[in-house]
Design a protein around this ligand. Structure first.
Ligand SMILES: C[S@@+](CC[C@H](N)C(=O)[O-])C[C@H]1O[C@@H](n2cnc3c(N)ncnc32)[C@H](O)[C@@H]1O
Length: 243
């Protein structure tokens, strides 16, 4: 990815440099969200994490792949605990920030190109809503099958997402309807991130209900072992291999 497209990375880089910046997200129905202190969350320490993130960390074992690691908060936490962690992100600047923050193993690679040799990892983590990086139903299933091959027998995928139906915001409900009408899943958001003059490329970010997640996993060799619920729409899925 070129620096002029790396809006996520630019905002993380700016925050790392001590600048106060917001995260601007545009959805393809023209809905804008300005998240004040946007990147701040990506730099938080364990103490300030959501309880479901803390619980999820208890399931991590062995060699870890952190997909869409951002500024590396989970990778760095796990590395400190002694885990062998590889943080990957499609943003070169995010990876630069991870390295400067002390993450030993990093790679600039998009989820679409993730393809390691069999038995390379015991845990894959997808934090900060990153189940969304699966993008859509078909792509999710293709990648899940690939992840099955490159992980150990008892491997886990620990993924964070948000149930899109748990909202009463009329704009979100209308968008879900708009998505269904054009043959997309209700929570298949089409987004782009902006930072100053940098406008990122449009990408699909998939939010799913628990039932939709189970449907996606069917026939991929993975199944949900348990869900960790929060007080709101967010939840964590602990996904294991079908035995
Ligand atoms: C919402 S942030 C979450 C960051 C981190 N996991 C956390 O919880 O702090 C999403 C991250 O995914 C990365 N990302 C977006 N599209 C990606 C892709 N196709 N492949 C890999 N990473 C991607 C972004 O650069 C960003 O760092």
């Amino acid at each position: 990815m070129k620096t002029e497209e790396d809006a996520y990375g630019q905002e993380m880089w700016a925050w790392h440099q001590g600048r106060e910046v917001s995260e601007i997200v545009e959805r393809d129905d023209g809905y804008f969200d300005a998240i004040a202190h946007g990147p701040k969350k990506y730099f938080t320490e364990y103490e300030d994490w959501n309880p479901i993130e803390k619980k999820a960390m208890q399931f991590v074992k062995g060699r870890v792949l952190d997909i869409g690691c951002g500024a590396g908060r989970h990778s760095l936490y796990l590395q400190k605990k002694g885990f062998d962690v590889l943080g990957i992100d499609n943003s070169p600047l995010a990876i630069k920030v991870c390295k400067l923050r002390g993450l030993k193993k990093t790679k600039t690679i998009p989820i679409e190109d993730v393809n390691f040799t069999p038995n390379s990892f015991d845990t894959i983590i997808m934090m900060g809503n990153n189940f969304g990086l699966f993008g859509n139903f078909k792509k999710a299933r293709k990648l899940l099958k690939r992840f099955h091959e490159m992980t150990s027998e008892g491997a886990l995928i620990i993924a964070h997402t948000r149930d899109p139906y748990k909202t009463d915001n009329p704009a979100h409900l209308e968008y879900q309807e708009f998505n269904r009408k054009r043959g997309r899943m209700s929570g298949q958001l089409r987004l782009r991130i902006m930072f100053r003059r940098v406008v990122g490329r449009w990408f699909d970010y998939l939010m799913v209900s628990k039932e939709e997640m189970k449907e996606i996993l069917k026939g991929t060799g993975w199944k949900v072992k348990e869900f960790i619920d929060s007080e709101n729409a967010q939840y964590m899925a602990i996904i294991g291999k079908v035995t």
